[in-house]
Write a protein that binds this ligand. Structure first.
Ligand code: ADP
Ligand code: 5GP
Length: 208
């Protein structure tokens, strides 16, 4: 046992990735119903708003100029270009949440996940897997939000993303929504028992 000073607990960052159409959005809404105390990171993006989306809910829809300013000012924890548009995670809300001891979910593509893990090595990564490529295709088409050419590009990206799934800590298959949401919540729930989340308790007992 080393005598090094035991640091205080901080909140955990959970990184969520998965191919477009795997159901991340749908699943996160369910997860929030079951675990309302978790925070979600709102990304800044330059893609046009889809029908059914609202400013500030999941995304802040900003101009390319403003996005490039955020990059230049080092306001982003990570960023990436996906199918021709910028997507990025604002740094300040994530750092504030973690310092306040709160859990934060960040949805990013695999490039974003690697960037976050370099800066926050103890982040927990979860990959949302579609049950099959056929089902993924059917969900992307069925969602009815993208043109066929965009769907084709998203399917191409999907194969690349799925080939990176092996680098994630956990895989949740989104077949039955309710089951997948329960599995996801169980991963978050078990995290509070990890040793690095209980250092304050150890300190308290030793200092008595
Ligand atoms: P993503 O956020 O990963 O791009 P979405 O949440 O938009 O994916 O889901 C893509 C489509 O698949 C949506 O039309 C959604 O209603 C549907 N979907 C998501 N999860 C399931 C599921 N478990 N079973 C059936 N359809 C689903
Ligand atoms: P969509 O256009 O379908 O909403 O998202 C496209 C892709 O961008 C998805 O893989 C999604 O996970 C990813 N994404 C969403 N927000 C961010 C972000 O802030 N940073 C990065 N790198 N990717 C993101």
């Amino acid at each position: 046992l080393s005598m090094r000073r035991i640091p205080m607990n901080k909140g955990r960052v959970f990184i969520i990735s998965g191919p477009s159409g795997s159901g991340k959005d749908t699943l996160m809404k369910k997860v929030f119903e079951k675990a309302p105390d978790i925070l979600f990171s709102i990304s800044s993006i330059t893609r046009p708003m889809r029908v059914g989306e609202a400013e500030g809910e999941k995304y802040n829809f900003i101009s390319r100029e403003r996005f490039e300013e955020m990059i230049a000012n080092d306001e982003l924890l990570e960023h990436n270009v996906f199918v021709g548009n910028y997507y990025g995670t604002p740094k300040a809300p994530v750092l504030n949440a973690v310092n306040d001891g709160k859990n934060m979910l960040i949805e990013v593509d695999v490039n974003g996940a690697y960037q976050i893990l370099e800066k926050i090595p103890d982040a927990v990564s979860i990959f949302i897997m579609p049950p099959s490529l056929e089902i993924l295709k059917a969900r992307l088409t069925g969602r009815g939000t993208d043109e066929q050419s965009v769907i084709d590009k998203r399917l191409f990206e999907a194969l690349r993303e799925i080939s990176c799934a092996k680098d994630y800590d956990y895989i949740v298959v989104n077949d039955d929504l309710e089951t997948a949401a329960n599995e996801f919540v169980s991963i978050i729930s078990v995290d509070k028992f990890k040793t690095d989340r209980n250092l304050e308790l150890i300190n308290k007992i030793l200092n008595k």
